[in-house]
Design a protein around this ligand. Structure first.
Ligand code: ADP
Ligand code: MG
Length: 698
């Protein structure tokens, strides 16, 4: 945007210093540019009115036209309210009610006057009413020609100073009058042509004051496209910059990999695994540093892919590390990888917080000399004493549990040439989100389960059916299976949850006197946790009562039943992660979601989704829709997701197009030097003046 849009908001007619300060504080609107990007969150459609007789309580928000007949203040003190009657053309009546700002409404609401009211209808004693409806005098409305009227977000504080949606709308009209000649196109003529986009000028006019439904839709598309385009352009540029800058070791030799395939594999790779191995292999021979995210649902077989990647490194004289966020996970990875390494006589080690000093010394020595080719571990790997002869590959599991700082510590362990990086995650991230958050990483997906895996049967049972559930558990244990019973543990109510857990443990012990029961939770010391886990792994205990500490990675193939208590308190992705603890062996597995009868709408959706599907990506998509992207990834990354108009949960198709567009532009003109891309270059420069620092996610 040009300098014009950097003009301070107080200079706009009708704003002034006091309102300017409020707009800054309340809505972060400092300049003309900020105001023009304060898009309406909703519109009043002047063509859609309901008759009062047509209302029904399931309607979210409706618009009714009618005349105010009578208003009175009822009640005393805190119960005081203003009630008015609205009568529509057909003569039906409904009530309008205000509990706040009673005095002011009493003064401003005009009796015997026609209004358009907008609000949520509720029924009481057969009569409809609306609390705190939005109001507009019909006479006023007639003056405006727009039939889709913008509704702007404001705050209670702004309203107290008479800055309501309507006020902002008037400011916007004022602004557009002077702004229109200053609006510059921000996309190239090619893109506008190719994607049939509305011009920036028309888009800004029509997003605020739509001239028709078609124009409104075109404006919305154009602005969403632009917003997503610039995010993708930025990420893709970072990717190319890094590609150009960072050289990587070339891993061309694969003798041991070939031997492993020929003589030591006990199963065939799935097509998805083969494809991913190919993608990785291509990276490792390209001479550039690999930076790849590997997504795969629990049980999809990421371990073998990790091993083959490490083997490629080893075949080329390079060492590799696999770092996991917890000791239990590191153990499991180690066990999984060692099984393969042993067949080939490869020296693989494990280094965690509980590795004994004596063993540590040996490991350190072997890593420094290069005798040890592969090492699995936790944060302990990051310590400065851990040095390598030639670290060529870093694999990080469950990456969001490590900070960027921690990871880069690992990368720096090869001072000569930065190691290749493979980040593995079992938390499926919806494509739209992956593209936005990890748009500068290459993404591989294992989207296929090994053959012969039985789908986990998932059911929802109410607490009142507990006896039947227990009988089922007993039958499964008789068949030789093991069972997890998981309790929620949420930090704020830790004390209470802990009690739930221990009470649960006691009642399970009473209900299953003939079986051994383990208990694992976050308050146990690492050794004790480990000891209990190991007992369960060895089938010395049949039931594992636990909190979500067992959520990630733990692999006990003989465990075939997962019971989740108070399942309504878990997020969808978390439920899916927990379910992934079973279904790892040959037997039919079950997941039983226990809840009380009282369930919110979202909880019901979560439970129904779990029962309906085992597909992690589908679940992640629904989770995104239920929770919104901010929650999904934690606040740490939400800055990236503060979008003005696009919605990652809904705009996946636009995101895909805008990404393709960004790629096209960069392919043809990586430095944005050509004349047709000057709009884009200019816009990037103006963006970087006042936007957040788009630090790399990984
Ligand atoms: P995750 O992706 O959750 O880490 P794992 O790598 O632990 O999954 O694999 C889960 C189980 O599936 C392991 O027992 C593994 O040996 C087995 N497995 C992996 N790939 C295949 C395959 N292609 N065919 C059969 N079994 C496989
Ligand atoms: Mg795994």
């Amino acid at each position: 945007m040009s300098n014009f849009f950097h003009t301070k908001i107080e200079f706009l007619k009708g704003v002034g210093p006091q309102r300017a300060e409020l707009l800054q504080k309340e809505l972060n609107i400092y300049t003309y540019g900020d105001l023009i990007q304060h898009y309406p969150f909703r519109y009043l459609d002047r063509t859609q009115f309901y008759k009062i007789a047509e209302l029904d309580e399931s309607m979210p928000y409706v618009q009714v036209r009618g005349r105010v007949r009578g208003k009175e203040v009822l009640g005393e003190g805190r119960k005081q309210r203003l009630a008015a009657t609205l009568v529509d053309e057909a003569g039906s009546e409904m009530d309008l009610v205000w509990f706040k700002g009673v005095k002011w409404m009493q003064k401003t609401l005009k009796n015997h006057t026609d209004y358009i009211v907008f609000g949520k209808p509720t029924a009481f004693n057969g009569k409809f009413s609306m609390a705190h409806p939005e109001l507009e005098e019909l006479a006023e409305e007639k003056q405006t020609t727009a039939f889709l009227q913008p509704v702007y977000h404001t705050t209670e504080k702004l309203k107290a100073f008479r800055v309501e949606s309507k006020t902002i709308s008037r400011m916007m009209e004022m602004l557009l009058k002077v702004a229109v000649p200053n609006i510059q196109e921000t996309l190239s003529p090619e893109l506008i042509d190719h994607y049939r986009l509305m011009s920036k000028r028309d888009a800004l006019i029509n997003i605020h004051f739509p001239q028709s439904v078609e124009k409104y839709n075109a404006a919305k598309f154009r602005l969403k496209f632009e917003e997503l385009f610039y995010i993708q352009l930025r990420l893709l540029r970072q990717k190319t910059v890094r590609r150009a800058d960072l050289a990587g070791q070339v891993f061309k030799q694969v003798p041991t990999v070939t031997e492993f395939y020929k003589n030591h594999m006990t199963f065939d790779l799935t097509n998805a695994q083969k494809r991913v191995v190919k993608e990785i292999h291509k990276d490792l021979t390209a001479g550039k540093q690999m930076n790849r995210l590997l997504q795969g649902d629990v049980g999809s077989g990421k371990t073998i892919v990790a091993f083959i990647t490490m083997l490629i490194a080893a075949d080329n004289g390079a060492q590799s590390v696999l770092m996991a966020p917890t000791e239990i996970l590191a153990d499991q990875h180690y066990t999984g990888l060692k099984e393969f390494a042993d067949r080939l006589g490869i020296n693989i080690g494990k280094l965690t917080g509980s590795t004994k000093t004596k063993d540590r010394k040996v490991l350190h020595e072997q890593l420094r000399s290069g005798d040890m080719k592969m090492i699995v571990g936790t944060h302990a790997l990051l310590e400065d004493v851990v040095q390598f002869q030639n670290l060529g590959l870093c694999i990080v599991d469950e990456q969001h549990r490590f900070g960027v700082e921690q990871r880069s510590k690992l990368w720096r362990k090869n001072p000569r040439i930065i190691p290749h990086v493979l980040v593995m995650t079992a938390t499926p991230i919806p494509r739209t989100l992956a593209m936005t958050l990890y748009g500068d990483l290459d993404v591989s997906v294992i989207d296929e389960m090994p053959a012969g895996r039985k789908e986990i049967v998932t059911v929802h049972r109410f607490d009142s059916h507990r006896l039947r559930v227990f009988q089922f558990v007993r039958d499964q244990i008789k068949l030789g299976r093991q069972v997890y019973i998981v309790y929620p543990l949420i930090e704020e109510s830790e004390g209470m949850d802990y009690k739930d857990l221990t009470d649960g443990y006691e009642s399970i012990r009473r209900a299953f006197p003939e079986n051994q029961v383990s208990m694992v939770h976050g308050k146990l010391k690492a050794q004790d946790k480990d000891y209990e886990m190991q007992r369960f792994v060895r089938n010395e205990t049949q039931i594992m009562v636990a909190t979500t500490v067992i959520e990630v990675g733990v692999n006990v193939p003989n465990a075939s039943v997962m019971i989740i208590e108070s399942a309504e308190r878990f997020g969808l992705s978390q439920l899916h992660q927990l379910r992934g603890r079973v279904g790892r062996g040959a037997e039919q597995s079950y997941c039983i979601l226990m809840t009380g009868y009282k369930l919110s709408k979202d909880s019901k959706t979560r439970l129904e989704t779990m029962v309906r599907t085992n597909n992690g990506f589908e679940i992640a998509d629904i989770d995104l829709k239920l929770r919104g992207p901010g929650d999904l990834m934690g606040t740490q990354q939400s800055g990236v997701l503060d979008l003005l108009i696009a919605d990652l949960a809904k705009d996946a198709p636009i995101l895909q197009e805008s990404r393709a567009a960004a790629q096209r532009v960069l392919n043809e003109d990586p430095q944005l030097e050509q004349p047709q891309n000057q709009n884009i270059l200019r816009h990037i420069k103006s963006l970087s003046v006042n936007t957040v620092n788009w630090s790399r996610i990984s």
